[in-house]
Ligand binder design. Structure first.
Ligand code: DMJ
Length: 640
């Protein structure tokens, strides 16, 4: 049929003019676009999205803002650790939303044996009957590639015995007594966890029960895995055996939503350390299996992992709902390098290394405002999402892992070294400040505007700058040591200016404040380690006795204010002499706070820095000496 066009008359015969028809069509198409678009913008469109989008499609970026997260996290101070500066891992009791976005697609240097050779190792261990070392049996676990990793070779490539001559026993009686006290605290914390919360993630010491939370995606026993190496180095061998026994049945087939970062630093880090210290095959099997479950989080257009993953078979991953515009967090995706290199080492699977090398490559390439690394990056576009920079929460361990990657590579990873020292330059130029009272602090940066605040989390930086002092420009060595000492001093001030002698979550340097919390919401202390961590590093680097004294002040304060009938608890207000407890014994108290205190009161040969770097949860990981391992393997092959 042919329609004859009459001027001004609709061809359809509906009485509409051509222009009217055009407007009508325009309206219709607008309506359709609007309805379809609404699926993506309505706050709870998740289920619909799941219907309309396949897992391989890349949805629009998520919504959520940093300030939302801050507000929400303020409501749950000190309850759950996920959190850098109260923002990190902010599912806070399940109150923060996770944006359910389906994942998109997902030198060889000659080793100098300067101090003690490997041959000295065995006699050293003979003094330590308690430190049982377990033989590696089968080379490869089902489902794992044959890595060629050999535990005996690994040990030969260490420069010193991991536990020292006498497990780091200090010679002077007072230090020894203090160390014994710390060990007693660990046993007390452990025994209570065992009695009231066994198999749960943390102990609630007031109500005497366990806490599971939703940070680890259905994984259990965070306190057990986090404690393995602390128990072992303290010589609490019965307790270590109980923990190891439990790990035999650690169920990795959980289906929940986990923080990639938290699972990595606590579980992967804890299992790796336990394996390297003991050689027990079970830890290696578990850690490689768990590492593989984290891999789908990297299936994004850029390879920058998302923050949350379903550990079940779907491997779906999401961005945190609170992170700006579906972004990933610098301190989260920047804190995988050490563990992932070791996962490749143990499994023989290069994928782990490739994933983190790719993150490094992107960060190296991308333009940095004033040389600084903002905290939020889109895993879709690979661009910064906003310009908040911090060496505390959201940024912190990214910088830590740069210098530690260099150290862990036997000082061969030049790229990490370069990135670390340039970042330090930018931080010094833009963030490091001196208060009117003469305290050095590291402020935060919000698109060029300084926020004169330092979080407890940022206090790890004293130690980090200290260990990095040696390998930077030689003319800056003393400068970095001084800066490290000044920051550690400021962090100590934040403790000594409170009624409890424990430090607040954040302290400020404005409106007349000098290292004190001005907001009620910043006054809590959740058994965090960062200040003590810096004491430990500064002690090893300088042997200035003040660091041990400061550590002892912290022990006394913990005993007085945090120890309760059934464990240790965080407190809600460090400025109140009558404390109110938060009823949570965080797993990092066992893995970090008590371990750093124990090391502070030990000789330097317990986990010597020449051989070990600590991951951000204080799990020691050995320096990888490729050339040494190669040399031994070649020798071995030629003997066969
Ligand atoms: C720990 O889980 C780690 O140190 C992490 O890097 C920061 N937060 C806690 C301790 O405060």
């Amino acid at each position: 049929m042919v329609f004859r066009k009459l001027p001004g008359v609709s061809a359809s015969g509906m009485g509409l003019r051509l222009s009217q028809k055009f407007v009508f069509l325009l309206f219709l198409s607008g309506l359709v676009t609007l309805c379809f678009g609404a699926l993506f913008f309505l706050p709870d469109s998740v289920r619909l999205k799941r219907i309309f989008l396949s897992k391989n499609e890349n949805p629009a970026v998520t919504v959520g803002s940093e300030s939302d997260a801050r507000e929400l996290s303020k409501k749950v101070p000190g309850d759950q650790e996920h959190q850098r500066a109260s923002l990190k891992g902010a599912e806070a009791n399940g109150k923060l939303k996770v944006s359910r976005k389906p994942s998109v697609t997902h030198g060889a240097r000659t080793v100098e044996r300067s101090v003690r050779t490997q041959d000295d190792w065995t006699p050293a261990r003979a003094h330590e009957p308690a430190a049982r070392e377990e033989r590696v049996t089968s080379p490869a676990h089902h489902g794992q590639q044959n890595s060629g990793f050999n535990y005996e070779t690994f040990k030969k490539c260490l420069l010193k015995a991991p536990l020292g001559t006498e497990r780091g026993k200090p010679s002077d009686p007072q230090t020894l007594q203090r160390r014994e006290k710390v060990k007693e605290m660990m046993k007390f914390a452990w025994d209570n966890y065992k009695s009231y919360a066994w198999g749960k993630n943390e102990l609630r010491p007031l109500t005497k029960n366990g806490h599971i939370g939703n940070m680890f995606g259905g994984l259990r026993g965070a306190s057990i895995v986090d404690s393995l190496d602390t128990l072992y180095i303290m010589g609490l061998m019965d307790e270590y055996e109980e923990a190891k026994e439990w790990v035999q049945n650690l169920d990795l087939n959980s289906n929940g939503e986990a923080s990639v970062f938290e699972v990595n630093i606590r579980y992967v880090g804890g299992l790796l350390s336990a394996f390297y210290l003991t050689g027990a095959e079970i830890f290696k099997q578990k850690v490689v299996e768990l590492g593989e479950k984290l891999l789908p989080a990297f299936n994004t257009p850029t390879g920058i992992p998302r923050g949350v993953i379903n550990l079940g078979s779907s491997g779906t991953s999401w961005s945190w709902g609170w992170a700006s515009a579906g972004s990933s967090i610098l301190a989260e995706f920047g804190t995988l390098h050490l563990e992932f290199l070791h996962l490749s080492e143990l499994s023989g699977n290069p994928t782990f290394t490739e994933k983190v090398s790719n993150i490094r490559k992107l960060l190296n390439k991308i333009e940095k405002p004033h040389g600084l690394y903002p905290n939020f990056l889109s895993p879709v576009s690979g661009n910064w999402v906003q310009h908040h920079v911090s060496i505390g929460g959201l940024g912190d361990s990214f910088y830590e892992y740069l210098i530690k990657s260099y150290l862990m590579s036997d000082k061969t990873d030049e790229e990490a070294k370069k990135m670390y020292y340039s970042a330090m330059e930018a931080i010094e130029t833009n963030l490091v400040q001196k208060s009117p009272g003469g305290l050095t602090y590291v402020a935060e940066w919000r698109g060029g505007i300084l926020d004169h605040k330092m979080g407890h989390l940022a206090c790890f930086s004293g130690g980090m700058i200290g260990i990095g002092a040696d390998d930077g420009p030689q003319e800056k060595k003393q400068h970095y040591l001084d800066l490290a000492a000044e920051i550690t001093h400021t962090c100590h001030e934040s403790y000594s200016r409170t009624a409890t002698k424990l430090g607040p979550e954040a302290f400020r340097f404005d409106a007349g404040a000098e290292a004190t919390a001005t907001r009620l919401s910043d006054r809590y202390y959740i058994l965090r380690p960062e200040v003590i961590e810096s004491y430990m590093y500064m002690w090893r680097l300088t042997h200035d006795p003040k660091y041990r004294e400061w550590g002892w002040e912290a022990v006394e304060a913990l005993e007085k204010h945090c120890r309760v009938d059934a464990g240790f608890s965080g407190i809600r207000d460090v400025y109140a002499s009558t404390v109110s407890h938060d009823n949570m014994q965080q797993s990092f108290f066992l893995s970090e706070t008590l371990k750093y205190l124990y090391l502070l009161f030990s000789d330097d040969d317990l986990l010597p820095f020449e051989d070990w770097v600590f991951n951000t949860e204080a799990h020691p990981l050995p320096v990888i000496r490729k050339s040494c391992q190669l040399e031994h393997n070649t020798r071995q092959t030629s003997l066969e």
